[in-house]
Design a protein. Structure first.
Length: 374
């Protein structure tokens, strides 16, 4: 059974004004509703999914969010979106959602497990969630006639690359089950496009960080492992300390180098990918990054500068499955979609991430004071 906890109301004709009956205005309003495009966002209560949901709404889309809330947070779903609680691998639920919402024109798939070390320890969970669950979703889309699909992939498909920055045609040699699981679904999408005509865009994310500059959403994942998120939690006192995993990599300062992309720029890339498919564009696989990287130590220094305080940091051994350097060659994304990022600056990324963490800590402390007084 489909459970939609919130449905956006129709505002057409709700006010009565003096003067002639507003026939033309009502006709225009009804035409807007009929023409309004609808997208299903799986994992839309999560970090990246919620930012993309907001970006789609800003671009005039109607949005349905499907999320089982295993790691997502209900409060991150935009109020104007329709919310359905459930997993993207639940075939019966998917059939019900797609049947009830026959105007769904595209699916953007973010639901999945994403922690690299966890995938090494529990690979079956990753193949079950990321591969089996995604196949159920793709199958349901084909059965319902939904023929536009945007897939959340990862730079982890490249493994330890021979060339940096990494172009899309670089060999794919994942070092961990997480990367393998994403690469498998990229291949499934290619095969389905060949067999069933399923235009899709697979976006290979590099390291996503930051938060919505307007404070509407951010990263609220429990026990998050993303470097900038963890460092900001330490800076605001939500964690006591953090650890650098490996200081002996073949990089200038011995720590891993990553290409950090602001989540709002990534969300804009998804909207452009969807516009490409709506215009009849062919399937694409594209890198999402800025084309330059920062080491772990450089990131931590920036967090300390923005926060105005030192961080408690410990040095530890390498984690299984980590690559020394992952930096994108993003030229294809810029060229294909005329994508011009607005937040390509490490200080900006850290500033928005830190503002989000301070807001969260303030809200939690306020809730605690209210509970104590009640």
């Amino acid at each position: 059974m489909v459970r939609a906890q919130r449905v956006r109301p129709c505002a057409v004709g709700t006010s009565i004004l003096p003067g002639p009956f507003p026939v033309d205005r009502i006709r225009k309003g009804l035409a807007r509703i009929v023409d309004e495009r609808t997208a299903l966002v799986t994992g839309g209560a999560g970090y990246i999914g919620s930012h993309v949901a907001w970006a789609l709404l800003d671009a005039g889309w109607r949005v349905i969010v499907l999320d089982d809330l295993s790691t997502g947070r209900r409060e991150l779903v935009p109020p104007a979106a329709t919310f359905v609680e459930g997993g993207s691998g639940d075939a019966a639920l998917l059939r019900g959602v797609l049947a009830a919402e026959r105007r769904i024109e595209a699916v953007l798939h973010f639901a999945g497990s994403i922690v690299v070390p966890e995938s090494v320890v529990d690979p079956l969970a990753y193949y079950r969630n990321n591969v089996v669950g995604s196949i159920e979703l793709i199958d349901a889309c084909l059965a319902a006639g939904v023929k536009r699909f945007v897939f959340s992939s990862t730079a982890a498909v490249y493994g330890d690359p021979d060339q940096v920055p990494i172009p899309e045609h670089a060999p794919t040699r994942p070092l961990n089950p997480y990367g393998h699981s994403k690469l498998m679904i990229e291949q499934v999408l290619k095969d389905c496009d060949h067999a069933h005509r399923l235009p899709h865009v697979a976006l290979r994310y590099f390291n996503v960080a930051g938060a919505d500059p307007g404070g509407r959403t951010g990263q609220a994942t429990p026990k998050a492992t993303h470097l900038i998120k963890v460092a900001c939690e330490v800076a605001v006192g939500a964690r006591e300390a953090m650890e650098i995993y490996g200081t002996d990599y073949p990089t200038p300062d011995g720590t891993c180098v990553r290409d950090y992309i602001h989540v709002s720029d990534l969300a804009d890339a998804h909207v452009k990918a969807l516009e490409h498919l709506m215009a009849g564009g062919s399937s694409l696989t594209l890198n999402c990054g800025y084309g330059h990287g920062f080491s772990v130590r450089e990131v931590l220094r920036m967090v300390e500068q923005v926060a105005g305080r030192p961080l408690a940091v410990r040095e530890g051994p390498r984690r299984a499955g980590d690559s020394p350097r992952l930096v994108a060659e993003p030229g294809a994304l810029r060229e294909r979609f005329s994508w011009n990022p607005r937040h390509d600056d490490l200080r900006t990324i850290v500033t928005t991430a830190l503002a989000w963490e301070r807001r969260r800590v303030g809200a939690e402390r306020g809730a605690g004071r209210t509970a104590a007084l009640s």
